[in-house]
Structures are given as C-alpha cells and as structure tokens.
Design a protein around this ligand. Structure first.
Ligand SMILES: O=C(O)CCC(=O)C(=O)O
Ligand SMILES: [Fe+2]
Length: 338
C-alpha cells in the first residue's frame, strides 16, 4: 500500500477556481484530465469548514453508538422513500451483503400525492426519519446538506465549463430540487476469515459524489479492469467521484468509475460521510453537443447489461435503490416489481 496518500489519485485545489483567469483555467484543465483519466480525485480548499466536518463525524459516531433499539426506530425498512438506518448486512451489492451499517437522509420534502398512473419513482420523494435520542443529528445534517449542495453545484458548473459547455448547462437538470443524498456509514472490522465486502464494486448513480473519510483506509478505485488502487484518507479533503448522470451527460467522455470498500481489520472500524449530488427526479439527461475535440473522445456511456444507465433520472435512481434495499423494495414496491 502506498504511504503517500496522494500518489494514486490527483489532488485538486478548489481555491484556484475563484483565483485569477490563469488559475481558473488551470483548475478546469486539471479537472477535465482527472475526471477523464480516473474519474476520482481529492478536493482540497473546498470551503467546507473543518469544524463542521468534525461535528458531522462526531455526531455520526454518536448515532452509530446508540442502542440497536433506538436505531431500529428509524429503520429504512419503514420508509418508502429509502430514508433511515440499515444494520450491517442488510444492503446488497452484486448480490452479496455489504458489511456496513448506515443512515440515509435525502432532501427534506413532503411525500407526493400519487395515483395509479403516477410513475413509481415519485414514491422516492418524502420526509426523512430522525432519531429522538440524538436531536443534534438533524441540525448538523441539514446544515451539512445545505453547504455540501452549494459547494457541489459550484463544482458541477466547473464540470460544464471543463466540457466547454456554458457554465449553467446542467442547471435545468436540478432546478430548485437537486437530489441531495447523505449517507453516514460505519464499517465494522472483520476477521480475515469473514467476507471483506464493506461495500461491493459499484458505480454511483448521481452527478457527483463526495466522501469524507476518517483515518482508516479501505476505499478502492478500479482504475483499469481488475486494477484497484487505494484512495487513502487525506485529512480534511473530500474524495470526489463521477456518477452515472455525468457519464450520460458527457456521452461517456467522463466516466462513472467503479469503486468498493474493503472492510477494516478486526477490532477496527471505518467511518465515511458520503454526499451524493443528483438531479431532480423528473429530469431527463439530454445528449449534450460537445465541441468536436471532446466529442471525438466520447465513446458513449458504458453498456453493462447488469447495470443499464437510464437517462430518466427518477428511474435511474430508483433502479439503484431497489437493487440495494430489497426489504424496502418488497414492502413498498412489490406492485411495480411484479
Ligand atoms: O465508504 C466510502 O467511503 C464509499 C462509500 C460508497 O462508495 C457508496 O456508499 O456509494
Ligand atoms: Fe459509491
């Protein structure tokens, strides 16, 4: 394993984007190169306060330390909107259980009124579940959601500029309802005899994902078929990766890179705070007209029969949620799955 955390993945300095014209251009060209070569990079000087990062990590640890009974009161199995707590082993990736416990929240919006003709993905919108035993969690995560949304939308605009599109090209895809998904994740240590699948190999479904890791390694990126590199933690930095919506929007010029987490050793644990920026659920991702020198290198989105990428955002997001959370799927989506 490499000792220099930045050896495997590029490190991008977000402060350059608001610097002078030369610095801005340097950032955009580093961004397009990093995004195209690997689809994963570290982001530093992102403007998210270090104190807030630590507060969110601390409240996440407090949440996972609650009694099982308290956590069960906010179980995702009770939410048609896929919000709430999952015990280790309850989520499935590539048909295997993921050895991680997690707490999901999304945008705090009212459930939609639905009738028989409503597309099923409209069930995804709705309220979060908050634990009574830890009121600080709600205020910390709603603030996190707000700040992460602002920062990540700036980065998404930089992606548009890096693709030589107007900076606001993607704005209509999220409008005033971006899909702001936070996942607090704890990976318990595993003996070497057990499965080491913290989370199995996958692509993220949204535009961009941001991971705030603690000190514990485990995240791995598939840089070429069957070649995995460690994305070792860098304190305060976010690991950023590209999701399926940006792969679709760039006609495969940018790629949603496959990644996974290997469980920590026995007696240790790993905490990760993930933020997924997605489009509004009723958007459809168009094929953007890219300049010739970029379009030439765009080979179309990946075509994996096990994971078709869907341009209809609501359907693409629902696909991933149903596959990962079979208990919610059976309880609230049985009519659709039939
Ligand atoms: O734990 C991590 O840092 C990565 C998690 C992840 O890839 C995911 O939940 O989509
Ligand atoms: Fe992921």
């Amino acid at each position: 394993m490499s000792l220099n955390p930045s050896a495997n993945l590029p490190v991008l300095d977000f402060a350059l984007l608001s610097g002078n014209a030369g610095q801005r251009q340097a950032f955009l060209s580093q961004l397009s190169q990093a995004a195209r070569d690997i689809g994963f990079f570290y982001l530093i000087n992102h403007g998210i306060d270090a104190g807030l990062q630590q507060q969110v990590q601390q409240v996440a640890r407090q949440f996972f330390a609650l009694d099982d009974a308290e956590k069960a009161r906010v179980a995702m199995a009770n939410s048609p909107h896929f919000r709430g707590y999952n015990r280790p082993g309850s989520e499935i990736t590539r048909s295997q259980p993921d050895l991680r416990e997690q707490f999901d929240i999304g945008a705090e919006r009212e459930a939609l009124t639905l009738d028989a003709s409503s597309p099923v993905w409209r069930r995804l919108q709705g309220p979060n579940q908050w634990p009574d035993a830890l009121p600080e969690l709600k205020s910390a995560l709603l603030r996190w959601q707000q700040e992460m949304t602002q920062m990540s939308l700036r980065l998404l605009q930089a992606f548009a500029a890096a693709l030589e599109l107007p900076e606001d090209a993607f704005d209509p895809l999220y409008g005033d309802k971006p899909n702001e998904h936070i996942k607090l994740i704890r990976y318990p240590g595993q003996p070497t005899s057990a499965s080491q699948q913290g989370v199995g190999a996958h692509k993220d479904s949204g535009f961009l994902s941001f991971l705030l890791q603690d000190h514990q390694p485990g995240l791995q990126v598939e840089v070429e078929p069957d070649r995995w590199v460690d994305a070792l933690p860098i304190a305060g930095a976010f690991v950023v990766n590209i999701g399926e919506l940006l792969e679709l929007a760039s006609n495969g010029y940018l790629r949603a890179t496959v990644h996974r987490v290997v469980s920590p050793p026995a007696e240790q644990e790993r905490l990760s705070i993930a933020f997924f920026l997605g489009a509004q659920l009723d958007a459809v991702v168009p094929v953007y007209q890219l300049p010739e020198h970029i379009a030439r290198l765009a080979h179309g989105p990946a075509s994996d029969p096990l994971n078709p990428l869907l341009r209809d955002v609501g359907w693409n997001y629902l696909k991933g949620r149903l596959r990962s959370h079979t208990d919610v799927a059976q309880r609230y989506y049985a009519d659709y799955l039939k």
